[in-house]
Design a protein around this ligand. Structure first.
Ligand SMILES: *[C@@H]1O[C@H](CO)[C@@H](O)[C@H](O)[C@H]1NC(C)=O
Length: 413
């Protein structure tokens, strides 16, 4: 999926660039989406470590032991039937993740971006995909595992290309399949967009179950409770905090517990998903969360994200790292995405944190021989010196910045 998405992103950037000046990717937004994708390594690894199997293993087990029907894998009808079933499953699963608050807490990550670019499809809640699998398990009663796996993967992959503004509408196709136009509405926070267009590959489910909305005025993207952060960890868990506050503010156990399973827009006395009149109209002009930062900061962040990616790759490549080494690399990934996010947020602690991160890398590097992967990075390039130089220069720059910041705060006091 990685390379394919990357290709799509590059293509979209090119098309966007040709279409006009303001058609650009925002580096801070793109990198926090990518950060979410990096964090996925953690759940993927932990899940494999804990259960020594995948979610798919459970599906397989149910199919082998409980299935009431074994459809032949080599029949075209099986695949078509499975595709329609899985797509219907996707619709309801997706709808649940929007209309049940605790599930929304894992899925809001994906909607937290205020942009609509291919890169947004990389921004996923670390718990979301794992939880979503549970909802497909009933299909194990009659859909063979291989067929289910392929169709689910297809539906997930399909999501990549509908996160875009460069494709306006697709004529008659709009009646049947999910298109970028439909999905833009799904990501909008205008009142007419809320809880609409859940479909995966077919849009017919939304029309059947009454959640369809046509694209009218240009949707304004994001969630109604804007996150306003570039910290990928914060973005992952922010909604749990909102839920906790709501939980504390309500009285009576029934209302308190309703915070968990009713819709995110619910309040006592309201319908389970809140009411239309409560949805806030967009106030124009819209200012996206976007700290002013230099082109240099963008380039710096992109270079370091490429280096973090190498660390992510080592985890997936299963190169015989011990469990403890993997844990170190995972911690390093978390620290890295937080630190780069802090730079984008212009936090006062960003210089010292980033300086610390670079020095940490260099110390790990110094402690180990070069033949051993140093936080997954060293071994990837034939010449680890390039990376050492990058990290040394980086730590000096941020060290100086940190001192400057300290002096500034001293004089202010
Ligand atoms: C990315 O998304 C933003 C906001 O939706 C949009 O303005 C911009 O044109 C998109 N970039 C590309 C290359 O399509």
């Amino acid at each position: 999926v990685g390379p394919l998405c990357l290709l799509a992103i590059l293509l979209e950037m090119t098309v966007g660039y040709m279409q006009g000046q303001d058609k650009l990717y925002r580096i801070n937004d793109t990198l926090s989406s990518l950060g979410a994708a990096f964090l996925m390594t953690i759940t993927n690894y932990l899940l494999k470590f804990l259960t020594l199997t995948t979610e798919f293993g459970i599906y397989q087990w149910v199919y082998e032991h409980l299935a009431i029907l074994h459809l032949p894998v080599n029949l075209l009808w099986t695949w078509l039937f499975a595709f329609v079933c899985i797509d219907l499953g996707y619709y309801w699963c997706h709808r649940l993740f929007h209309e049940v608050n605790i599930l929304w807490a894992t899925h809001q990550v994906h909607h937290s971006s205020e942009d609509m670019n291919f890169s947004v499809s990389l921004r996923q809640g670390v718990l979301h995909i794992q939880l979503a699998w549970i909802f497909y398990i009933p299909f194990a009663l009659f859909i063979p595992p291989t067929v289910a796996l392929v169709t689910i993967q297809f539906t997930n992959l399909y999501q990549c290309w509908i996160h875009t503004e460069v494709i306006r509408t697709l004529g008659p196709l709009e009646f049947i399949i999910c298109t970028p136009s439909h999905h833009r509405v799904h990501h909008g926070r205008n009142p007419y967009c809320i809880d609409k267009n859940y479909g995966g590959t077919l849009i017919i489910w939304d029309k059947i179950f009454g959640t369809f909305a046509e694209e009218k005025e240009q949707p304004v993207y994001g969630i109604t409770t804007l996150v306003n952060s570039w910290n990928p960890i914060y973005i992952q868990f922010v909604h749990f905090r909102l839920m906790y506050t709501k939980f504390c503010n309500l009285s009576g156990w029934y209302d308190k517990l309703s915070v968990i399973w009713k819709g995110p827009g619910w309040y006592p006395g309201k319908r389970r998903c809140g009411i239309w009149e409560d949805y806030r109209e967009i106030s124009y002009p819209v200012y996206k969360y976007n700290m002013r930062h230099s082109l240099l900061a963008d380039i710096y962040a992109v270079v370091h994200y490429m280096l973090i990616y190498l660390a992510v790759e080592t985890i997936y490549s299963e190169n015989g790292l011990s469990h403890r080494e993997v844990m170190c690399v995972l911690c390093y990934i978390v620290l890295s995405v937080i630190s780069i996010g802090a730079i984008f947020e212009k936090s006062s602690y960003a210089p010292s944190l980033e300086c610390f991160r670079c020095i940490l890398y260099l110390s790990c590097d110094a402690l180990k021989s070069t033949s051993v992967p140093v936080l997954g990075i060293g071994q990837m390039l034939t010449n680890p010196w390039i990376i050492r130089v990058i990290f040394t220069i980086s730590s000096i720059i941020w060290g100086l910045q940190g001192i400057k910041e300290l002096c500034r705060r001293k004089t202010k006091n």
